[in-house]
Design a binder for this molecule. Structure first.
Ligand code: GDP
Ligand code: GDP
Length: 434
């Protein structure tokens, strides 16, 4: 299921970044430290009570050389396109400004669920100035982002405003998204796949939710191609196209099962590729890497292996993703894509019986004992699969603190050796025995 996306908007200096940091504070600390990915993050995981969501700080999106009005418009448009709900932040210590009204008007017109936060109210018992009602966004919620006051109420309101996602209508549908920098060939790849198959269906349930999702049936499988490239930005955002493509990828990745990271063989792996790869990793999605424009590369027998080694080095954290060299233009190896998607999807939803699982873990332990933690032996008593998409395993252990990174790696490798798990991340959760 995809997580709700909440965007924070407002004119400069009202406290958007402070609120963002406050919401994600505990979480960021535990987010995997993927080099090149966590720098100037504009989105992060948030968690409130039992709900996980993504939060976007739109403050960083705009180009500060633009007039404030332009910045605000870009920011709000972005929020409206990408988010399920919006938090508008205002400054409770100052009178409302024309920019505040501009933001509110854009939001009101959109009918997107919006909650209004009045920030910098250290004493939340104090009544909010009635002026804030004049924004027409309903009941203002007083908060202090800096001091962490009333943030829970704000998140309650934001999450409540988002309609619960309808049940997955078709469990056999595989949602596939192409992500990548602009111009790497995402649209060409989508077209290439459609051209190959020419068996577009349109009456499947669950395929109408988004106009840019393209249903495709081939070899007895049903796919929904979530096309991030089809929606071309009008106007403005050209300059902030990098931020924009990262954000758009974020949204699309959340909604998919299998993500195809498209790289351009003629270009170096760039910061932005790493950011997008990091999104796939963080979202725990199944993945394959398609290195496109292979027709433009002058090659000999060693070229593919050299390219692959280089990409593996640079995007090491997606080491489980199979990699394929294609040309969307000439059609080279496009026939490999859907079979790979099927294989990866199978891994992503693979279930293993508890018996088999415990056999494999016991064998792994015999071959290589877990190191002890501060003199205390680390013991795994029992393993069960707790879920799929991605496959997740709960280990009942004596001391969760004693699960070393190196042993984590070792077990993961053993699982991959025994069960394949091509193209899917796998997760371990630890539970203390009592
Ligand atoms: P942004 O431009 O909207 O992202 O605003 P920032 O998060 O950078 O905050 C602008 C200023 O407001 C900073 O100096 C913050 O320290 C301050 N600020 C943010 N939240 C609060 C708050 O709850 N109370 C007070 N007194 N100041 C705050
Ligand atoms: P997107 O922005 O990622 O959707 O990229 P497009 O599909 O629009 O492709 C960008 C440009 O690269 C277009 O001019 C395509 O014709 C070209 N292109 C895409 N795939 C290939 C390929 O495999 N080989 C070559 N030579 N050009 C390609």
């Amino acid at each position: 299921m995809s997580r709700a996306v909440i965007a924070i908007v407002g004119r400069p200096n009202v406290g958007k970044s402070t609120l963002f940091n406050r919401i994600v504070r505990q979480r960021l600390a535990i987010v995997e430290n993927t080099p090149g990915v966590t720098r100037d993050r504009i989105y992060a995981d948030g968690k409130w009570l039992d709900r996980s969501f993504l939060v976007i700080d739109t403050g960083g999106i705009t180009d500060e050389r633009d007039p404030v009005q332009e910045q605000i418009r870009t920011q709000v448009e972005m929020a409206l396109e990408e988010a399920d709900a919006v938090i508008m932040v205002t400054d409770g210590r100052e009178p409302l400004t024309a920019s505040d009204y501009q933001v509110a008007t854009l939001l009101r017109k959109s009918h997107k669920p919006t909650v209004l936060a009045v920030n910098k109210i250290e004493n939340i018992a104090q009544t909010v100035d009635p002026e804030f009602y004049s924004l027409g966004l309903g009941e203002p919620i007083p908060i202090s982002a800096e001091h962490g006051k009333n943030i829970g109420d704000l998140l309650d309101a934001a999450l409540e405003s988002i309609p619960k996602e309808e049940e997955e209508s078709d469990p056999d549908l595989i949602r596939v998204t192409m992500v990548g920098r602009p111009n790497v060939g995402k649209s060409s790849l989508v077209n290439g796949l459609l051209g190959k198959e020419r068996m577009i269906v349109s009456d499947r349930p669950g395929t109408t939710r988004d106009a840019v999702d393209i249903p495709l049936a081939a070899d007895g499988h049903h796919y929904l191609l979530v096309d991030t490239a089809g929606i071309r930005r009008k106007s403005k955002v050209e300059e902030s196209v990098e931020y924009y493509s990262v954000l758009r990828a974020l949204r699309a990745v959340e909604r998919s099962d299998v993500v195809i990271l498209v790289l351009d063989a003629t270009a170096e792996v760039a910061e932005q590729d790493l950011k997008i790869a990091g999104i796939i990793k963080d979202a725990g999605k199944a993945c394959l890497i398609a290195v496109n424009k292979w027709d433009l590369i002058e090659k000999n027998e060693a070229t593919a292996a050299e390219y692959e080694a280089k990409i593996r080095r640079e995007i090491g954290f997606l080491d489980y993703a199979p990699l394929v060299f294609i040309s969307a233009k000439t059609g080279q190896r496009l026939v490999k894509i859907l079979p790979l998607v099927n294989q990866v999807m199978e891994s992503y939803t693979f279930r293993i019986s508890n018996n088999r699982l415990n056999e494999v873990v016991s064998e792994a332990i015999v071959i290589h004992h877990p190191p002890s933690n501060k003199g205390r032996p680390f013991k795994i008593y029992y393993t069960r699969q707790s879920g799929v998409k991605p496959p997740s395993f709960q280990l009942t252990v004596n001391d969760p603190e004693g699960f070393h990174y190196s042993y984590h790696r070792y077990l993961e490798n053993k699982f991959r050796e025994y069960f394949g798990f091509v193209g899917t991340p796998i997760k371990f959760e630890l539970k203390t025995s009592n």
